[in-house]
Design a protein around this ligand. Structure first.
Ligand code: SF4
Length: 347
């Protein structure tokens, strides 16, 4: 069995929180002890609500920000031990695609200059940079003649294709897409998701998709990690996670996805402040299954055949519903039947 492309071990990132006088008053627990193994090839999705720490985790994984503690291994190499020059060389193999393509496209650079920049930086395809830019544009479904134009002349979907071409220019093996299609219209989203799927397959890429959109994740991911308040609460193959979720948070997220659970909103209230995350299970303030122990003891992750979930009651909660297979009018009643009032003992 081949070694993983990326291993994250116990990553922690807290941001100091200061009052108006600059005194340290605590810390935002953005990422709080995350371990994750990313196999070679295919797509691992990291999902969760806004503010759960998934974007911070993506930047930690590429060492664009430094963790407070933990370890990162990329292709077996200790990324945190690399000196700046060695890290720059390694970065050629790791790219990030942002939600807003303008974040990676300088409005003062033509498309050709933007895509050629990584080629020049890493001395790739020397002497034939122009031809390589044309190839990359064709690879992402754009005409090479567009190379002389400026980013503002393109639609959002076209700009994201250009950003993808730029990311591909350095011939990476790992790409992290941070909400890469969430700013696009739904019809354009589907085209860009199809493009990414084809590229991942044809180029043998490893792709980490950071997304709050389980509909998009369902289309493209092979494996899914669900993040809540800085921690991974469930991780499984996409097939298992969508058919048999074990964590109540995952179930609530799935129930809210039109086409998966009928758009039923089961998750009430806002995500608690990451400055003072709840004790015990961090989800207990919103979990309809919560019992007294949930606020006292953190549930350990339990791995059953590669499906990992961290919930004290994952075995006693009613079996996951094949939500999307239920008749529409039965979905709501069935989903509601999952939930017992807080404090009641689960059978
Ligand atoms: Fe809910 Fe308790 Fe499980 Fe946390 S441990 S998800 S609060 S039942």
């Amino acid at each position: 069995m081949s070694s993983p492309m990326l291993e994250l071990m116990g990553l922690v990132k807290h941001y100091p929180f200061r009052d108006s006088l600059g005194r340290k008053r605590g810390a935002v627990h953005a990422v709080d002890g995350v371990s994750l193994t990313v196999p070679r090839g295919g797509v691992l999705a990291i999902v969760g609500e806004s503010g759960c720490g998934k974007s911070t985790l993506g930047r930690l994984a590429l060492r664009l920000i430094e963790p407070d503690s933990g370890a990162i291994r990329f292709d077996g190499e200790d990324l945190l031990a690399l000196r700046p020059a060695a890290l720059r060389a390694r970065r050629r193999e790791m790219q990030l695609i942002f939600q807003d393509p303008f974040a990676s496209l300088d409005p003062r650079m033509t498309v050709e200059a933007a895509i050629a920049e990584p080629l020049i930086l890493h001395r790739l395809h020397q002497g034939r940079e122009q031809a390589r830019v044309a190839e990359l544009l064709e690879r992402v479904g754009l005409r090479p003649e567009l190379a002389r134009r400026w980013p503002h002349e393109f639609s959002g979907g076209q700009r994201q294709r250009i950003a993808i071409a730029r990311a591909l220019a350095s011939e990476p093996r790992l790409i992290i897409g941070d909400e890469p299609v969430s700013a696009l219209d739904v019809s354009v989203q589907a085209q860009v998701v199809n493009l990414l799927s084809g590229l991942i397959r044809d180029l043998g890429l490893t792709f980490i998709l950071i997304s709050h959109d389980l509909g998009v994740v369902r289309q493209i991911a092979d494996r899914v990690a669900v993040m809540y308040l800085g921690r991974i609460v469930e991780e499984a193959s996409a097939e298992e996670l969508f058919h048999a979720p074990r964590h109540p948070y995952t179930r609530a997220l799935l129930a809210a996805v039109p086409g998966q659970g009928g758009g039923v909103k089961l998750l009430e209230g806002d995500i608690p402040s990451p400055i003072a995350p709840p004790a015990g299970c961090r989800f207990h303030t919103r979990c309809p299954y919560a019992q007294p122990i949930c606020g006292q003891a953190e549930p350990p992750p339990v791995n059953i055949g590669g499906h990992v979930a961290a919930c004290h009651f994952q075995d006693s909660i009613p079996p996951a519903t094949p939500i999307r297979e239920a008749a529409p009018d039965a979905r709501l009643a069935h989903l509601q039947s999952f939930f017992t009032p807080q404090g009641e003992t689960l059978a």
